[in-house]
Design a protein around this ligand. Structure first.
Ligand SMILES: [Zn+2]
Length: 368
């Protein structure tokens, strides 16, 4: 009897040892809470390649960028993430399969998953996430809406570059010196200051108002933030750069902030989206004509109440356009009330670029 009990204990021990061994090898499954959080917060599903700490690391990295709420799952487009041993550029391959995004991540990213120092892994994941969100407009929209104000700077700048083709001009760089030299003639000495993450997110939220086909515009390449210069305007365009005065980012009135940001981008549309024929057609809506005695001056035959602002009325067709586009995108009722014709004109131009992925060639074609 004792022998049988002993045999049973030995067998039981072997079973426990084998089973715990199996537990390590076969049941190395991620925590269900982590998987649920990925699904609920980011609409991300993982396949069975995501063993060990990988799901937790992915979730933690996403959470450092986003302000999540557990009911935001319809904000991000659904995606399935898998891991592959294949070599790939930038650690990731993103494909759309039946309206699902399939994200294939390089296994090498997680080479150090068991180590204490995950900095390198998280850095590579941040770049994968940035590529994932800029791949699809609905994701970028969700992403910029949910970006934490104090998020990773690399991600914000990558989004700015990938989506809007914009780079930041930094102090003491050749671009900064070139721009400062031009500005000196108009506003005196200019000092470059750093955009905060919050400034850049605020800018992107306004750029989102434009149709997707106008996200990137040739020659609109740089953004510069200048230290407050008392005698300069809120924003200027210098060559291929929009430079904003620091005080622009302190404007509390949202409509006013949007007006300034849209206005400057609209000048690039005037330059690259409207051909001569369209510009003439636009000018006639405001009754604009050149002063026969002074070729630099514009006169108009329409009344002040057909212009959205004093500035639009005071200057020229280009400023009228920039102000009107600003109202079209931020306060359309006001533009409609001033001039239905101008509203319809801008509406027609914008409609052409409403769908994402319209190649800019179309704009250049119109420009010819
Ligand atoms: Zn202007």
């Amino acid at each position: 009897m004792k022998k049988q009990i002993l045999k049973f204990i030995v067998l039981l021990s072997i079973f426990v040892i084998i089973h715990s061994g199996c537990h390590v090898n076969l049941f190395n499954r991620p925590n269900q809470t982590t998987l649920l959080a990925l699904k609920n917060r980011y609409s991300i599903s993982l396949n069975s390649d995501w063993t060990g700490k990988k799901p937790e690391i992915l979730l933690a990295t996403l959470d450092t960028i986003y302000q999540y709420a557990d009911d935001q799952n319809d904000t991000f487009k659904a995606s399935v993430w898998v891991i592959s041993d294949e070599e790939m550029q930038d650690d990731v391959v993103i494909k759309t399969v039946n309206s699902l995004q399939l994200v294939t991540v390089n296994r090498d990213v997680f080479a150090n998953e068991e180590s204490e120092d995950l900095l390198e892994t998280k850095k590579r994941l941040l770049h994968i996430i940035a590529q994932f969100i800029t791949e699809d407009w609905s994701n970028i929209q969700a992403a910029t809406l949910l970006l934490k104000d104090s998020t990773d700077r690399d991600v914000i700048e990558l989004v700015l570059k990938e989506l809007y083709g914009l780079s930041i001009v930094r102090k003491d760089t050749p671009e900064a010196n070139k721009i400062a030299q031009i500005l000196r003639k108009y506003v005196g000495e200019v000092h470059v200051s750093e955009f905060s993450n919050e400034d850049l997110i605020k800018l992107m939220k306004v750029y989102e108002l434009f149709p997707r086909g106008l996200d990137k515009i040739p020659r609109m390449k740089y953004l510069l933030r200048r230290q407050q210069a008392p005698y300069a305007g809120s924003a200027w365009i210098v060559a291929d750069c929009i430079e904003y005065d620091a005080r622009t980012f302190r404007i509390k009135n949202q409509s006013e902030f949007k007006r300034i940001i849209i206005h400057e981008k609209a000048h690039f549309l005037w330059e690259y989206a409207l051909n001569g024929k369209l510009r003439t057609a636009w000018s006639s809506l405001g009754g604009w004509h050149k002063d026969p005695n002074n070729n630099n001056r514009w006169l108009k035959s329409k009344n002040r109440d057909e212009f959205v602002t004093d500035y639009a009325y005071a200057k020229n067709p280009n400023e009228d356009w920039a102000e009107s586009v600003a109202f079209y995108l931020s306060r359309p009722n006001k533009l409609r009330a001033c001039s239905l014709d101008k509203y319809d004109f801008i509406d027609r131009v914008m409609l052409q670029y409403q769908e994402g992925g319209v190649p800019f060639k179309r704009l250049q074609h119109i420009d010819n």
